[in-house]
Design a binder for this molecule. Structure first.
Ligand SMILES: Nc1ncnc2c1ncn2[C@@H]1O[C@H](COP(=O)(O)OP(=O)(O)O)[C@@H](O)[C@H]1O
Ligand SMILES: [Mg+2]
Length: 268
């Protein structure tokens, strides 16, 4: 079954067309002129249950825009999305129960209260049974090493601690689908390893479907079975990881392959 289906998905942003300088700013205040930015230009793909997919592309390619539409945060300009058979924007509440979301640049933890209190709140919001909650807390706590800071407020955590707590928070209700947008940005190698180990485990053991964007190409290799590359709002590449490697000499890294793909494209 396709867990995520995307058909001809588009997103256009309205952007201010402002001339530089103070006079441009004043002119814009009096007579604003707007233009359009096509961030996602009609992309289509389907992701099956249990797949783990890396969503790659340069800055501004449209990855975050796509993830925001898939998670129901943003309404598409055109096209269709079904996540577990539902339109994620129209059915935001139901959709929330089936997905976990982590934005590396943002936190869903309550800033001023101890992390454990956020977890307790999520437990009641998602109506997680006590037993399941305890089991997940034990398991996540162990792999993500949460124990040392569960009683600290989120604002006092280091970036690595915060992302680990966010990851646990997004998975407490055991969603079948997980979206991660640059979850390991700014993290050191040791924390990255913990996170990738954890993601591999839930993908394998719970068959959690994962779609993630990241710049850590060589870490993705061990997690993702498939690669979708976006460029300027269009899909440049979509294939299975092992197929990609087949075409290259042994020992070639994913990073080398992806850079090569971009170069080939640029040269025509
Ligand atoms: N809220 C917004 N308003 C206007 N333009 C935006 C907005 N968010 C993103 N964009 C533009 O849309 C394009 C895609 O952005 P984004 O989806 O964030 O790319 P990525 O996550 O791949 O770096 C970029 O050109 C970006 O500047
Ligand atoms: Mg982004």
């Amino acid at each position: 079954m396709a867990v995520i289906e995307v058909m001809d998905l588009k997103k256009e942003y309205r952007i201010a067309k402002k001339q530089d300088g103070i006079s441009g700013t004043i002119k814009h205040l009096i007579h604003p002129v707007y233009g359009k930015k096509e961030a996602v230009k009609g992309i289509s793909f389907a992701i099956q249950e249990g797949e783990s997919v890396a969503f790659l592309g340069a800055n501004g390619a449209g990855k975050s825009t796509t993830i925001k539409m898939l998670t129901g945060i943003m309404k598409p300009s055109d096209g269709k999305i079904a996540v577990m058979g539902r339109d994620p924007f129209e059915k935001r509440m139901e959709n929330a129960k089936d997905i976990g979301v982590v934005f590396g640049q943002k936190t869903q933890l309550w800033w001023d209260i101890p992390v454990i209190e956020t977890f307790c709140l999520l437990k009641s919001i998602y109506e997680i049974p006590e037993e399941k909650y305890e089991k997940n807390m034990r398991e996540f706590g162990e792999i993500l090493e949460l124990d040392g800071f569960l009683h600290q407020p989120a604002r006092k955590l280091s970036l690595g601690q915060r992302v680990r707590a966010d990851l646990a928070a997004s998975l407490l209700h055991e969603p079948p689908v997980l979206f991660l947008d640059e979850p390991t940005i700014g993290l050191d190698v040791a924390v990255k390893q913990k996170i990738y180990t954890f993601l591999r485990k839930i993908n394998k053991e719970k068959k959690t479907t994962i779609l993630l964007t990241s710049h850590d190409l060589n870490d993705l290799e061990s997690l993702c079975q498939r690669l979708i590359i976006l460029e300027n709002g269009e899909i440049l590449f979509d294939d299975q990881m092992d197929k990609i490697f087949e075409q290259y000499e042994e020992g070639t890294t994913l990073e080398q392959i992806v850079i090569g793909l971009f170069d080939r494209r640029r040269m025509g």
